[in-house]
Design a protein around this ligand. Structure first.
Ligand code: GLN
Length: 241
């Protein structure tokens, strides 16, 4: 399901938007290719001028400048990732400060808390609820306001999407919609509920690549605990999720 949206030309008018002129040709970004929307992310990276590396076996992540964990089925990606020993490698990559983007199922993989089940690669201080927006036939798209990407709305495509129910200490909320949080950043880690790779709008991939170049600094104060369903952070709610 590729939405034929026009790429938005972001002019940096408000000083917070991404650099549309940046040269990403020196970057190699891995896309975890165990299952899901792999080729769509690779295509977006290449259209931004970066090299995309299809990664299906462990041992390759030391060489890359960043990683995308695509959407798909989080139980399948998680099971294969454990089987092939990606968990430790992804954590080691995160510790180097290189950017990691998890989209939809990828966001579920990175969450420290997954409602009703054990976490998979618990790197981000967020709690997620799987399938919070309904089933496949309830997929939808909507314009999202994402100031970090500029003033033009971004088309969010939601397919059996998770909701980020809590974004605790150190997590910036980059976009929220209807039920709650749908895009967050925690230092070098990004997670979206929606599928940016299914639009023609490359701003989110450019934002991510800008992080790899060290250009895309955090723009929000992130000391505050943000939550849509309670005032407590995740750490304090460990036994409740
Ligand atoms: N519902 C899926 C899961 O829980 C995620 C769907 C997606 O990535 N589009 O894994």
């Amino acid at each position: 399901m590729i939405k034929d949206t026009k790429a938005k030309d972001n002019t940096n008018k408000n000083g917070t938007a991404i650099n549309m002129e940046a040269d990403f040709s020196g970057l190699t970004i891995a896309v975890l290719a165990l299952q899901g929307a792999v080729s769509e992310h690779m295509d977006c990276l290449e259209r931004c001028g970066a090299q995309a590396l299809h990664v299906r076996r462990a041992g390759l992540l030391q060489e890359v400048d960043g990683l995308i964990i695509p959407g798909g089925e989080s139980t399948t990606i998680g099971r294969l990732s454990n089987l092939f020993g990606f968990g430790e490698e992804v954590s080691a990559l995160a510790a180097t400060g290189k950017p990691i983007l998890g989209t939809c199922a990828g966001a579920i993989l990175l969450a420290r808390r997954i409602e009703g089940q054990e976490p998979i690669i618990p790197l981000m201080n967020i709690a997620v609820q799987r399938n919070a927006f309904g089933r496949q036939r309830e997929s939808f798209e909507t314009d999202l306001a994402i100031p970090a990407l500029g003033t033009e709305p971004f088309c969010g495509i939601f397919i059996r999407a998770p909701l980020i129910k809590e974004a605790a200490e150190g997590v910036e909320v980059l976009a929220a919609y209807d039920k709650g949080i749908v895009f967050v950043r925690e230092k070098n880690l990004l997670a979206t509920s929606f599928h940016p790779e299914l639009t023609d709008d490359l701003r989110l991939h450019r934002y991510f690549l800008g992080m790899a170049l060290g250009q895309q600094k955090s723009i929000f104060n992130c000391t505050e605990v943000r939550s849509y369903n309670s005032g407590a952070g995740i750490k304090e709610r460990n036994n409740q999720i």
